[in-house]
Write a protein that binds this ligand. Sequence first.
Ligand code: FAD
Ligand code: SF4
Length: 490
Amino acid sequence: MSRRWIFADQLGPHFLDDHDQQLLLIESKAVFRRRAFHRQKAHLILSALRHRAAELGDQATYVRAETYRDGLRQVPGPIEVCQPTSRRARDLVRSLERVTVLPPRGFVTSTADFTAWADDRRGAMRLDDFYRHARRQHRVLLDGDEPVGGRWSLDADNRQPPPKDSEGLDVPLPPLPQEDDIDAEVRYDLDRWAAEGIRFVGRDGPRLFPATRAEATARLRHFLHHRLPKFGPYENAMLSTDPFMAHSLLSPSFNLGLLDPMEAIRGAEQAYREQHAPLSSVEGFVRQLLGWRDFVWHLYWYFDAGHRGGDRLGARRSVPAWFADLDADAVQARCLADVLAGVRDRGWVHHVPRLMVLANYGLQRGWRPSELVDWFQRSFVDGHEWVLTANVLGMNQYADLGQVSTKPYAAGGAYVNKMSDYCGGCRYDPKQQLGEHACPYTAGHWVFLDRFRERLPGNPRMARSLRQLDRLDDLPAIREQEKRRGSTAP
Ligand SMILES: Cc1cc2nc3c(=O)[nH]c(=O)nc-3n(C[C@H](O)[C@H](O)[C@H](O)COP(=O)(O)OP(=O)(O)OC[C@H]3O[C@@H](n4cnc5c(N)ncnc54)[C@H](O)[C@@H]3O)c2cc1C
Ligand code: SF4
C-alpha cells in the first residue's frame, strides 16, 4: 500500500482517506534558505508540521532534510500525495516516478467544475458570477433556488466606517494558542538557523495563530459565536487601536489545511438560521470564503505560469528596502507606518490594509507586481503564491489576469480618511496634494491616474476620477513633488 505524503498545508483530516495509512511528512530546510520569510510565518509552519507529526505518532514518518528530494530518498516504497498548492511543488511531485498525484483538496469547488464554468464565460470571469454558481451548486444560503433574503450579495450593507470615538469593536478577542515544548523547540531551531545565516524578516513573538486542528476549531467556534455578528458591517473599516476588528483570523488555518472551508461555511449558515448572526455578516463571510478564496485558487491554475508576471500598467520599479525589510519606523505616514508595523510584529493585517494601504501604495509608486506578490508571500503568515497571484495582480495591480477586475483598486487619502481613524493624528493632510503636508496617497493617486490614463478602463467610476484630474490646476507641481518623493519612505 502507498504511503501518503502530506505537505505543510495539508494537515487536516480531510487530506486523508484511510485512517490506518502510513504517512510521510518532510521538513525541508532549503525552503527557508531560498527567500527571507517572516519569522512568525516560519515558526507557524514548522510548529504546525511538527504538531501534526506528534499527533500521528507511529502512523507517520517525520523526515528533516535539506530538500524534499533528499527527504524522499530516506523513505522506500510507493508514495501518493494530494496535488500541492504551488506550481513548483506540483511540478516536483509530477516528476517523481514512484509518486502518484491525487487531485487537490482543501477547497469547496473542484477544478473540473471551475474549468467548465470559466470556459463558458470565454475568459470574462467575475467573482459575483462564480459565487452565485458555487452557492447554487453547493446549496449554501438558499431558500429553494433563490438566495436567502432575496439578494445574492449584501456587500452594499457592509461598508460602514469604524464607530466614532471608539478604540475597538465590542467583540471578544479570539482565543490565543498556548505555546508548548514543540514551539520552544521550533524557536530554538530558528534561532540556530538564523545564526547559521538563514535570513528572516519581521519580529519574533508569541504564536498568534493555530498550529493544530484543536486550536483551529476552537478559534472557528469562538468566531461563529462571538465575532461573526459584527463581521459584516465593519468588514472594510480600520482602527489604529484595533487591528483585528471582527475578522476571523482564520486564513492561516484554512491555508495550512487545518480547517475545511466548508465546515466554516456551514457553521456560519447555521448561525444565521439559529438567529445568532445577521444575514449581512453571514453572507459577507461566506462570500469571502466560498467566493473569493475558491475563485483566486482556481484562477491561479486556470491561467498559465506566464501570467504571474503579467502587468497591464507596465510597473517596473523595485520594491524599496524599507518596505521589503518592514521598517515601519522609517515611515511617517500614519496609516502606512501602523500597517507596516502590524506586518512586522504579527505577519498579519486584515484585508483592507493589505489592499488599500500596502498594495495601493505599491500601485501608485509603480512597484513591480511580481515583487509585490513575493513580498506578500514572504511577509504574511497566511501568504501563498496561489492566493496572491489574483489578489495582487488581478485586483490591485489590474495586471493581465484575464478579465478579473474591471478597474485597479486605487484610492487617495480620502478613502483612508473615511474608513479609518488614521488621518487625524498624521503629519500629512488627506485633503492636501501639494506642499509640506501633502498626503502621499492623495498626491500619489493623482499622479497614478495621470501616468496611466491611456491604459485605464473607460468605466464610469474611472471616468469620474479622470474628470477631476482634468480640473486640477496644480498637476505639474504635484508631478514634480511626487517625482522627488519617488519610492522613499513617506
Ligand atoms: C493584497 C492582498 C494580499 C492578500 N494576501 C493573502 C494571503 O497571502 N493569504 C490569504 O489567505 N489571503 C490573502 N488575502 C485575502 C485576505 O486579505 C485575507 O484572507 C484575510 O485578510 C485574512 O484574514 P481573516 O482570516 O481574518 O479573514 P476574514 O476577513 O475573516 O475572511 C474570512 C476568510 O475568507 C478568505 N478570504 C477573504 N478574502 C479573501 C481573498 N481576497 N482571497 C482569498 N481568500 C479570502 C480567507 O480564507 C479568510 O480567512 C490578500 C488580500 C489582498 C488584497
Ligand atoms: S493623511 Fe494620508 S498618509 Fe496620513 S494617515 Fe491619512 S491617508 Fe495616510
